[in-house]
Design a protein around this ligand. Structure first.
Ligand SMILES: [Zn+2]
Length: 521
């Protein structure tokens, strides 16, 4: 019996607004002093009233529009009631009935996943807005709570179960992260908990949906992929044994965490929880695995009701269109444009799409090239610029960005540098030296070449002199050449280049050397 994996995702995103969702406390993910960003509103003191953060609403709608969602004319907030020590109010303001965004989709590329399709359409059920909870820190005999995160705008995106493998789920999460960064709605750093993924997995049989299991605590793309693969295997084993899968919530422990935290069940479960509320859960298996936390809870368990302290929100068409107009070029549009305009290969395009600053710098460099260049010449300098940016410059940057203040090479100087290589005024060996110097000082390349005497020797007489010397000193290679050994010529060219410290023009060396060697016969 073959089972078809069916995967849906729920993704929480902390928005990068200036202030919290319902009060004026700072939204500062780098705050180091616990409980320094709190006030009576986010602490739920009696008599206080929340105020909706307009920036958070706009960022949510912007995300929804970028994901092809409909924006209903009217939305409202609901109150989700439960107790947990990281939730000072005893309830969370969220959206259950009328979210800001509905019925969207995102197409992800799946052709590299050995699929017959090029793209897979993942429908997005909704994007809604709520507030984050605080952080618990567990010590040996007690726990501490930091409310700095409590009340930070938290956007939740829910997909339909349209993904069919762990790899597809990972791809979706990665593409979403990129879109969120392009939109500048979140830094979406998974390590900092700004992007948190939960996955629903069921194994369908003959087109029917199976029992849904939810995995929480996925805080890296690797964890998303590995946990879903694990869960597909686990459920297949259960079904093949003729048993039933239990509808429940499980947490993910990677191998390292699992082996270092073989501790009392309750503690492991508590550390696993993100927004989950655990009571008396059992730990079943802790070896790089998903572990049972609790059986599934339902919306009605939370006694949702319309938030009485906040009015419903109405949107005019013009307001929505104004937000839509602010959406920048998105990653997929950029991939298509880079292919069309610059005819780059897929791998290079991906580097420029993933590293947005480098992609923007590349375009500035290209705009510095002489517009009257012939098509072939333009294509040549664009290719050269791409290679030097992706390999040599990225090597020098060592992970730093071209948008950093202390990055000194102007696009104009970089374009000039590429022109010098294209016009064969410097060899690739010299180019490395020049680029390093440009990186250090920001000086323009012609200046560096002149000052350091690095320009290519194109004077044939000078080159010939060196060749004569090399020929005299390497009689064995010369006789090898006469015997027809092809490698001998390469060796002799290398000797000439070494003697001129890479400055002899390679074309001239090759032609002259061949001519001289033939005359020797
Ligand atoms: Zn506050």
């Amino acid at each position: 019996m073959d089972y078809q994996p069916i995967v849906g995702l729920e993704i929480h995103v902390e928005l990068n607004t200036k202030s919290k969702m319902f009060c004026s406390c700072g939204n500062n993910p780098n705050a180091v002093i616990p409980n320094s960003e709190i006030c009576p509103i986010c602490m739920g003191h009696p008599g206080v009233l929340p105020v909706i953060n307009e920036e958070a609403v706009k960022k949510t709608i912007k995300t929804g529009l970028a994901l092809n969602c409909q924006i209903p004319k009217c939305s409202k907030f609901d109150r989700k009631n439960y107790f947990y020590p990281d939730l000072p109010k005893g309830y969370q303001i969220s959206q259950l009935y009328m979210p800001f965004c509905k019925n969207g989709y995102l197409d992800i590329r799946v052709d590299s996943l050995s699929n017959s399709r090029k793209f897979a359409r993942v429908r997005i059920r909704e994007v809604h807005l709520e507030e984050d909870v605080g952080r618990l820190k567990h010590e040996k005999d007690y726990s501490l709570v930091d409310f700095n995160r409590a009340g930070i705008p938290l956007m939740e995106l829910v997909t339909e179960p349209d993904l069919n493998s762990a790899k597809e789920a990972r791809k979706f999460a990665e593409e979403l992260q990129l879109i969120l960064r392009y939109l500048d709605v979140s830094d979406a750093d998974m390590e900092k908990g700004q992007l948190r993924v939960e996955a629903n997995i069921s194994l369908g049989e003959k087109g029917k949906l199976g029992t849904k299991v939810e995995i929480k605590n996925l805080n890296s793309f690797r964890a998303v992929e590995k946990s879903i693969d694990y869960e597909i295997e686990r459920q297949t084993r259960i079904l093949k044994a003729g048993k039933k899968v239990i509808q429940e919530t499980r947490g993910w422990l990677d191998e390292a965490t699992a082996s270092s935290r073989r501790v009392a069940g309750a503690r492991v479960v508590d550390e696993l929880r993100s927004s989950s509320r655990v009571a008396g859960a059992r730990v079943v298996d802790v070896r790089g695995a998903t572990v049972s936390q609790r059986e599934k809870e339902y919306a009605h368990d939370y006694r949702y009701f319309p938030e009485p302290d906040l009015p419903p929100l109405h949107f005019e068409k013009e307001e929505i269109e104004k937000i839509r107009a602010e959406i920048p070029e998105l990653p997929q549009q950029k991939r298509e444009r880079f292919k069309r305009e610059y005819e780059l290969d897929g791998k290079s395009i991906e580097v420029f799409v993933q590293n947005k600053e480098l992609g923007e710098y590349f375009e500035k460099v290209v705009s510095e090239f002489e517009p009257r260049l012939s098509k072939e010449k333009l294509s040549k300098v664009i290719k050269l610029a791409t290679n030097y940016l992706i390999t040599d410059l990225q090597g020098l940057l060592k992970g730093a960005s071209v948008s950093d203040k202390n990055f000194l090479i102007t696009p104009e100087n970089f374009a000039e540098f590429i022109n010098l290589i294209a016009e064969e005024k410097i060899s690739s060996k010299i180019a490395k030296i020049v680029l390093e110097e440009m990186f250090k000082t920001g000086a323009d390349p012609s200046h560096i070449i002149q000052e350091k005497g690095l320009s290519l020797i194109t004077d044939e007489k000078k080159v010939e002199k060196v060749i004569q010397k090399v020929v005299a000193e390497n009689q064995k290679a010369v006789s090898d050449f006469k015997k027809g050994k092809g490698t001998a010529l390469q060796f002799l060219i290398g000797q000439v280049m070494a003697k001129t410290k890479g400055k002899a023009h390679p074309e001239i060396v090759k032609n002259l050397l061949t001519k001289i060697l033939k005359e020797l016969k």
